[in-house]
Design a protein around this ligand. Sequence first.
Ligand code: SF4
Length: 795
Amino acid sequence: MSNVTKKDPKKGTLHSGPTSISKIPAPKHWVSPVPFGLGKIKPKHIRDTMKVAWENKDNLKYATNILTKGVCDGCALGVSGLYDQTLKGPHICTTRLNVLRLSTMPPLKEEIVHQDVDKLRQYSSAELRKMGRIPYPLIRRKGENKFSRISWDDAMDMIAQKMQTLDPKQYAFYLTSRGITNESYYTAGKVARFLGTNHVDNASRICHSPSKTALKRSVGIGASSCTYKDWIGTDVLVFWGSVASNASPVSTKYMLAAKKKGTKIIVINPYKEPAMDKYWVPSNAESALFGTQVADDFYQVNIGGDIAFMHGIMKHWFEMEEEQYGSAINHEFVQNHVNGYEELKAKVDELSWEDIIHSSGMPKERIRELAELLANSKNAVFAWALGLTMHSFATDNISQVANLALLRGYLGREHAGLMPFRGHSSVQGTGEMGADPFVLPGGGWDEDNVKRIEELWGFDLPKWQGDIVGVNLEHAALPDDHEKKLKLYYMSGGNFLETMPNPEFIEKALSEVDIRVHQDIILNTSTLVDAKEAVIVLPAKTRFEQEGGGTSTSTERMVYFSPEIEGNKQPVEEARAEWKIYVELAKRVKPETAHLVNFETAQEIRDEIAKANPDYDGIQHLKKQGDVFQWGGAWLCEDGECPTPDGRGNLIPIDIPNLEKPEGTFYVTTRRGKQFNSMVFKENDPFNNAGRYDVLMNSKDANTLNIVEGEGIVVYNQHGVFQGKALFTDIARGNIGLHFPEGNFLIPKGIYDSPSGIPQYSVAVKIEKAERFNARKDIDYLEKKLEDDEIDAPV
Ligand code: SF4
């Protein structure tokens, strides 16, 4: 069945709406004929659902209303109420159910919120989260060991007065991704510029800025070129460094529908993630009973070996071309729509198979196998996530994926495309709304766009380059008299202590700021860090409480409207809509001109977004539950026409990165268990039973170190020490996996992908038996040997 229904003169082909999943049983995709995965390690969806219902029993009607009327504030897959745009039938998952409590729980009790901060610090973020919502504005001044209540007026005045004394380069804004709406992102980005600062950054940029940077330079776009519906019936669906089934559980239903249409699913990841191998889709009776064998094949490429692996694919394509012209490359597409073919070919030709095999860790035959599968497939969709984006060479990783797509012409049509697979609901919209140091609504910082936005907003924009969050934090730790010293950090959500590399440094940086503002729903460990003058905590409304509703944009560019939902039995009376707080701040810092950023209603914001970002023309018409539109139509770069200056895609020659992995070391990366971003819901991952401090390693590597399964081991480098237990898993040799954020102690700060500013989250480490490490550490490690400085544990 075709995906195509209508064409719009401006947007091109429009999405055709949800389709149905085949009801014909397909035993060839079953995990086992034994029902319900008996005897297998797997999630218990029904039990988890019952638990959530019990948790929300004090606000059950409101919880039900959120689920049936709201837009999910979980992941970026996107769903309005219980229905999405991809498949007919209900759409719900345990991630959504797990975050539901954030919106239904009562405010924190006074005796908790006002207890000694050292007592509060004994709680984990998960425990703090479960205790309730921030009840009213709070303050903890220097030297005070308890939060006390402060009025909204006094809190806002204090923040505003401090800002008035500072150079705008000395304060920064940060917005996380916990259900914040486009309206709030837009207002925050606008108010930050109105106040004179370009230091405004967001969580989505940390995760996927390389996707945007790379797609822009390769094909001129900053978002997924295709839709989820294109998965269903494509020949090959490749997940690159993505555990989509864990991050966005309902995506497994789309994968099941795709498999039933004959799609082959390929997963490229160092660890054979069990959730991408076998899954029991609860909303599909056949899959719930017998399970679904998700991936048809896994390619367990080294951490950081993807560029070499893709070079291998291209090398084999060029070899095939020598045998037979047109056997691998889509020459018609390349000739009509692509630049740089000869330069890329020259780069690939100069690489040896030895280099490719060494870096990727994959045998030549396996690389050739995938190359041939793709060469023989008319259609493919490439989806990727943090396994490709969290590297110092992440932008190159993604451009290399685009190279593959351009050589095969997998772009701008049904069942083909490039899809950065996003994490949290609304992250796609963050940058598009301009809450990002590198962009403005509707474009970048080029002269024309700056002029256009200045005319629309009615004030001059600060013209200096704003800093990314990691650099802001480094500047927070500078001496007081340093001209770049950050003195006020205004955060809408976020928990840097548990998300950024090098938590010890982050704690120091947070405590070195004069005033820290945490506009949030709950307390977390970062909120409890001291500040030099004061920590101010402001209670925010959830997206479901926001007056006039709010919108969020999914991975596939669907802009969903979520209405204000009535009936919360235990509201936080003093909480405010986030966009209103930003407007209020502007009024207090610059009262004379604050009318320039004043919004009275959410509708006014949407009206302005439609003008500020022409892609969002249509958002102003979203007014009620179920309203949705897709910006850009079904496919960006439709018919191969890219929005680049010459309308063509660019093949980019990429070097194989040097991973700086000394002999005898392992490469470590972090992974998610039963969690959503840094929110951990279960100590043990239901897919592999791994505990949070288990070190996922290959048993053959363990043998070489005489490590037995379950044994205490130490993973260390010059940045930190991680004490855990060995868990033998199917992970590529020489690579290990730790959970995020527990493994962050090993990750250095200050290493970024230079084009996009994303921090690197993978690094070389040594592993040792705990008993040996601990027995020798006084001798070997505290007397740090200079010659081995690069990998020694910190003193
Ligand atoms: S898959 Fe994502 S969008 Fe869908 S219900 Fe789950 S968390 Fe929400």
